[in-house]
Design a protein. Structure first.
Ligand code: HAM
Length: 422
């Protein structure tokens, strides 16, 4: 039998899980200190939740299947549609603003590359019920807080920011019909991956005049907000939101992390306003995380629209970056506080009682279960599991109602009366 997991998926051995828990712990804690609450949904959803008309990559990458009752189901490729489902389910009973986070495992049948796999855990942080960039800057502050906690600075990572409304304004100005807005966004998103000529030719295939196609690409290639502002209808292009975001970034002390980049549109259909995506400044890796505003998603699912924004942050690219920067923490095990070892079979039941007493006091205790082990082995074992103390039950001490306690850091040993053990 082949013991490897399916291609693109991972096993988490305990040593891998230690790193994973460390990372997810920082995700969770960064959201918590900003007042976000955790939620979750099933990894399996109805396929129809992901059926969308525009040609998004994520839809082509769906893992789908039929259950035994003939229902069409899919493994979630992202969390946002499930979150929308929850918000609609609660209806008007939902308390706004809502600040929720989650760390779902997501599945996409993706071409494998460094930092891209077929399953990943994706930290999602979303706000519903807040209009305007006060919400987006809060999300960006959550992000930079997380980066700071794991040792990443603004010299390492850049968060590119733009607004989809810029493209919307360029198209409206040129008299291009509204239906073409999302398909154009999805094509412009490919500018980073495929040559400009190819993108231009695909946009032309939508039936857009070559001159307008050239203008679209020219505007998104500009490198300052003011240059863009002078080319478009400011109001329609939502330039005020971008300006406000950058002003708020100064107040939050996060301006060093941000760069305006009108070519950023993001590859998902539902964004309607500000969008942002973080990359390593070295340019070696894929996007670290990304998000934006999606004020009209709920009506796509038959609900009443509520302003919303959020981001998704995978567990893969960040680990590659942490490896490159040698910021992966020491993976030494530390899951056990005390090892309890009985010298002889007769003392085993007493060892259980000692272990139970310690556990009741909140200590993590590994009771040696194997028979016939020697003291040397017990010391080595305690060292291997990273224990702070080894508790030895030996006949002489036990007769005096005591246990020998070895402090593994200092190497000191002392006899402690049974009822004084904590
Ligand atoms: P997304 O850009 O598709 O957005 O994914 C967000 C992040 O998830 C990426 O930047 C990356 O860190 C991670 N990611 C995505 N696909 C993979 C993969 N195949 N392997 C490893 N990591 C991956 C969304 O999913 C939006 N739903 C995010 C969002 C939440 N927008 C608003 N709220």
């Amino acid at each position: 039998m082949n013991t490897s997991p399916p291609r693109g998926t991972r096993d988490f051995f305990p040593e891998d899980m230690r790193l994973q828990s460390w990372l997810l712990g920082h995700f969770r804690e960064s959201a918590r200190i900003f007042g976000f609450e955790e939620y979750d949904t099933p990894v399996v959803e109805s396929e129809e939740l992901y059926v969308r008309k525009q040609g998004e990559e994520i839809v082509d990458q769906l893992y789908t299947f039929e259950d035994k009752s003939g229902r069409r189901l899919a493994l979630r490729p992202e969390m946002t549609p499930s979150l929308a489902r929850l918000v609609i389910q609660r209806g008007s009973a939902i308390a706004l603003p809502l600040k929720w986070f989650s760390i779902p495992q997501c599945w996409r049948y993706e071409r494998m590359s460094r930092g891209r796999r077929r399953e990943h855990y994706q930290w999602n942080v979303d706000i519903f019920g807040v209009e305007g960039p006060a919400a987006e800057i809060e999300l960006i502050a959550v992000l930079t807080t997380f980066f700071g906690r794991v040792g990443i600075a603004s010299e390492d990572v850049i968060i590119r920011v733009s607004s989809r409304r810029i493209l919307e304004a360029v198209l409206a100005d040129a008299g291009v019909s509204e239906e073409l807005y999302v398909p154009v966004c999805l094509l412009v998103d490919k500018l980073e991956k495929i040559p400009r000529e190819e993108v231009e030719s695909q946009v032309r295939e939508l039936g857009i005049d070559p001159e307008i196609v050239g203008r679209i690409i020219d505007v998104v290639s500009l490198d300052s907000l003011e240059a863009v502002a002078s080319e478009v209808d400011e109001e329609r292009a939502g330039i005020a939101d971008v300006r406000e975001l950058f002003a708020l970034a100064k107040s939050y002390g996060v301006a060093d992390w941000l760069r305006f980049d009108p070519s950023l549109v993001r590859g998902l259909a539902y964004y309607t306003g500000l969008v942002f995506e973080a990359f390593d400044r070295g340019g070696d890796l894929r996007a670290i995380c990304g998000g934006g505003r999606y004020d009209r998603l709920l009506s796509n699912f038959g609900g009443k629209d509520i302003p919303a924004c959020g981001f998704g942050f995978g567990d893969a690219v960040i680990v590659e970056l942490l490896k490159d920067k040698q910021l992966i923490p020491d993976p030494a095990p530390d899951h056990v506080d005390d090892v309890v070892f009985a010298f002889s079979e007769e003392l085993r039941s007493h060892a259980m009682a000692v272990a139970a007493r310690l556990r009741a006091g909140g200590r993590a205790v590994d009771l040696v279960l194997e028979r016939g082990k020697r003291m040397k082995w017990a010391f080595r074992h305690a060292d291997n599991v990273g224990a702070a103390r080894l508790m030895l039950l030996a006949p002489d001490e036990w007769e005096r109602g005591a246990v020998r306690v070895c402090d593994l850091e200092s190497g000191q040993e002392k006899e402690v009366a049974l009822d004084a053990i904590t």
